[in-house]
Design a protein around this ligand. Structure first.
Ligand SMILES: Nc1ncnc2c1ncn2[C@@H]1O[C@H](COP(=O)(O)OP(=O)(O)OP(=O)(O)O)[C@@H](O)[C@H]1O
Length: 256
């Protein structure tokens, strides 16, 4: 039996008297995509940012299987956690502007991440950046353009290249297709699905779009008012929801 890559237990984050997320627990296995869905304010972003170390939860354990064995991310010193963020983890923001350096060229955006993990040879860095731009369907002759010269969809694909170039094992995604128009979303989803499969990535993806999880996620976690109300295999949860809230969520989407 493989070890989980990430084990989360009793994770709670309060904002004063308000619940951000409460008593969340799950295991994520290598190569697995976990979707987190729920209405606005249900705690999805809070949970994701606590997992990624952007916020400190009040209680809980987030055990990550590092190369040196399992470590509780919440107990790690800040520099160690930052290093993990550069090497083993990646974070794709909803708004590409939050995940890109807008004043730096496309090639620089990708190359910078390689340099952060020790790459030094200019030719190698540029070759790898070109390769990754190709993988996310950005033409090689755009390598010296800046992200602001790109469309929203291209910016998002560049953010994905910047995140994946260092070969992370765990990728956090916060509404990666939000804010894009429907045809661009569909292409991006296809691209993401291919990359996740080819690279064997483990992914935690937050979205309010059930079509996104249907396509990408193996497993699904449904949140309401900060609590996980249902979790299971994606098709099972969507086709045969057990909790009243999930039933409502699924039927409201189907009616749209
Ligand atoms: N910085 C904050 N200060 C106080 N309360 C917050 C803060 N961030 C989130 N909350 C509260 O925590 C709860 C969960 O919010 P969160 O943003 O995690 O939900 P969400 O499911 O990600 O929503 P959305 O889909 O709209 O992004 C909400 O009640 C929200 O008002």
């Amino acid at each position: 039996m493989t070890q989980p890559l990430l084990s989360v237990r009793n994770l709670t984050k309060l904002y004063g008297p308000r619940i951000g997320c409460a008593d969340v627990a799950f295991d994520l296995y290598p190569g697995e995509v976990l979707g987190i869905v729920g209405e606005s304010g249900s705690g999805k972003s809070t949970l994701l940012s606590c997992l990624a170390g952007h916020q400190t939860p009040d209680t809980g354990k987030v055990i990550f299987e590092t190369a040196q064995g399992p470590r509780d991310v919440l107990q790690m010193a800040e520099p160690d956690r930052r290093r993990l963020g550069r090497t083993d983890w990646a974070y794709v923001h909803q708004n590409p502007r939050d995940g890109l350096r807008m004043g730096v060229t496309a090639g620089g955006n990708v190359g910078e991440r390689l340099m952060a993990v020790g790459a030094r040879h200019y030719g190698d860095i540029r070759d790898k950046a070109t390769d990754w731009l190709g993988r996310v369907e950005i033409a090689a002759d755009r390598i010296d353009d800046r992200p602001r010269q790109f469309s929203g969809g291209m910016q998002q694909r560049l953010q994905i290249a910047r995140n994946l170039v260092t070969g992370p094992r765990l990728v956090f995604m916060d509404e990666p297709t939000g804010g894009l128009d429907v045809s661009v979303q569909a292409r991006l989803l296809d691209l993401l699905r291919g990359l996740v499969r080819d690279l064997g990535l483990s992914v935690i993806i937050v979205t309010h779009d059930l079509a996104v999880v249907r396509l990408l996620a193996h497993r699904l976690m449904v949140m309401k008012s900060g609590h996980v109300v249902e979790q299971g295999l994606t098709d099972q949860v969507l086709d045969d929801p057990q909790h009243g809230y999930t039933q409502l969520l699924v039927s409201s989407i189907l009616q749209v």
